[in-house]
Every structure is written in C-alpha cells, then in structure tokens.
Design a protein around this ligand. Structure first.
Ligand code: CAA
Length: 274
C-alpha cells in the first residue's frame, strides 16, 4: 500500500519520498508502479506527461532520516505491529521538523497508541487508505482525543487535494467505519463456508451479483492479503482482549501455510501469471 499511496501523492503534484527497508523492495515497488502507470497511459486513463512528471517527483530511498528531514507530512504504512510502529514514530519524531504531521495508514492500530511515543501527540493521527490505493476513493481521517483540530483540517485538505474522498471520524475505534462493515460481511461469509452452506466461489458470486460488490469477501481477502487480514485480527485482539476478534481458524490455516493470497499466488483462490 505504501508504494501506491506515495504514487497517489506524486500524481497530485507533491514532492514525495517512498522509503523502504531495502533497494530490492524499492526496485520492486518502482517496477510495479511503472507498469501500472504504463497500463493507465495505454488505456487512456492518464496522460504520459503527467505520469512522467509524477515519476520524477517520486524519490525512492532506504535512508529515512534524510528523506523526511524537510517533509511536511509522513504517512507510515509499515507492518501491522504496535511495536514496529511505535519505534518508527519515535524515530520520526527526531527526524522530522516540529511542524510535520505524522500519520499512520493502519486500520487497526489507533493513533493514541502511537502518539505518546512522540513529543508532538497533537500532530499524530490515522490516515487510512484502501487497497488498491491508486483506485479506491475513500480515505478515513481519524484523530485521537489529543489531535489538534487544525491537524485534522489539514489532513482532510490533503486528502481532497489527492483527489480522494475523506471520511472524518469523530472518535477512534479499531477498524474505523469501512473495515468494521467489511468485517461483519467477512465473518458471515466465513461462517456460511464453515457450515457448508456454499463454496467460496458461490459466496463470492452472491456478493458480486446480488449485492453488486465489486469483489466477494474471499476474493477481497486475497487482494488485501491473508497475512494482513490475520495481523489485523491479532492487533484487534491485543487491543480489546476480545477472543471473538481472533483470526478465524480457516484464515489462520492459510496464514500458517504461507498462502497469503495474490501476492503468493495462492490464498482462497490460486493465481498464475495470466
Ligand atoms: N493496483 C492498482 N490498480 C488496480 C489494481 C491494483 N492492485 N487492480 C485493479 N486496478 C485498477 C486498474 O486500473 C484496472 O485496470 P487494468 O486491469 O486495465 O489495469 C482497473 O482497476 C479495473 O480493474 P479490473 O478490470 O481488473 O477489475 P475491477 O473492475 O473489478 O476493479 C478493483 C478492480 C478496483 C480492485 C475492484 O474489484 C474493487 O473495487 N474491489 C474491491 C476493493 C475493496 O473493497 N478494497 C477495500 C479493501 S479493505 C482495505 O483496503 C482496508 C484495509 O485496511 C486492509
């Protein structure tokens, strides 16, 4: 998601840095973005000039401290682990100017859990994009109790300038709005499957053809990533202590087998290059 969020920012005219852990990961991100953009140009969805200029505005780096030293806004999209994110926010607090807003793309780790790892809790919030970030319009803007109103306003303005539609939450709740609705659909789909009521393909078909969802719940888990779904559930359990939040056994089995969905070629469905 990080690479697509960065591309969205670069396309909107912002000078953008995409930071990751290794050159290999960054090379992979650049290739994937370039082929997405080439495809959009060939389908007439974007102008070649706009894409080329956006690619020039997008710097890729493994040196985060330098990349963020002058930036106004950081959107963190690391693994869904509280420990990892707290460490990143602590570092970002030292590496960025005082004015910089620090946002997390997490859908489950609410920003109040990160804010106190910085010396600027009033400039910390969640900015939650959806997958695939280049396509999906919604971004949830979620302040914690201590986020300054001006920071929320600026974030809403940023979202608007990215060509996205901001959904402003009045208070924090893990999963926010869209993922909680999605979670209810996913839970029901998994229960129907467990109870032998219908196959994965048919449950997905019902969601697509009866409800006009663009994808069924199982296809969507494969798109988002079984690993991500699994980690989100664990993070919610850690936050709430609610055992009902734990990953569904079938999701856990796929996760433990390393079947993460599209990214590994197998999840609920099997994928090949075609
Ligand atoms: N990345 C970037 N662009 C993509 C893409 C991807 N992974 N997949 C599709 N697209 C774009 C492309 O421009 C594509 O056109 P091309 O195939 O010509 O490149 C265009 O979308 C249309 O795609 P398709 O014709 O393949 O299929 P589609 O019309 O069904 O659209 C979809 C694909 C946009 C993904 C659509 O199926 C959809 O909206 N699915 C639901 C997605 C959704 O619910 N996302 C929310 C997930 S929850 C989440 O993200 C929150 C979280 O915290 C994890």
């Amino acid at each position: 998601m990080g690479s697509q969020i960065a591309m969205v920012c670069a396309l909107a005219g912002y000078s953008t840095s995409l930071v990751d852990l290794s050159d290999e990961l960054l090379d992979g991100a650049r290739d994937a973005l370039q082929s997405r953009m080439d495809r959009d140009v060939s389908r007439g969805r974007r102008a070649r000039d706009d894409v080329d200029r956006a690619m020039e505005r997008l710097r890729l780096s493994t040196d985060r401290a330098t990349a963020v030293s002058e930036c106004d806004f950081v959107i963190e999209a690391a693994a869904e682990s509280l420990e990892v994110k707290r460490r990143i926010f602590e570092d970002l607090d030292r590496e960025t100017p005082r004015r910089t807003i620090l946002a997390t793309n997490s859908s489950n780790i609410v920003s109040s859990q990160l804010a106190d790892s910085t010396t600027r809790p009033d400039r910390v919030l969640n900015l939650h994009f959806f997958n695939p970030a280049l396509v999906m319009e919604c971004v949830e803007v979620v302040p914690h109790d201590g986020t300054a109103e001006t920071v929320v306003d600026t974030s809403m303005e940023l979202v608007r300038s990215l060509g996205k539609s901001g959904v402003r939450l009045r208070r924090e709740i893990p999963g926010f709005v869209a993922n909680r609705i999605l979670g209810a659909i996913r839970r029901e789909a998994l229960e129907l499957h467990d109870a032998g009521v219908a196959d994965v393909e048919d449950i997905d078909r019902a969601a697509r053809t009866a409800l006009r969802h663009p994808m069924g719940p199982f296809e969507l888990m494969d798109l988002v990533g079984i690993d991500v779904v699994h980690l989100i559930r664990l993070a919610e359990f850690e936050q709430t202590g609610d055992e009902g939040a734990l990953p569904h056994p079938a999701v856990r089995r796929l996760y433990e087998a390393g079947h993460f969905g599209r990214k590994t070629g197998r999840g609920w469905y099997t994928y090949d290059d075609s």
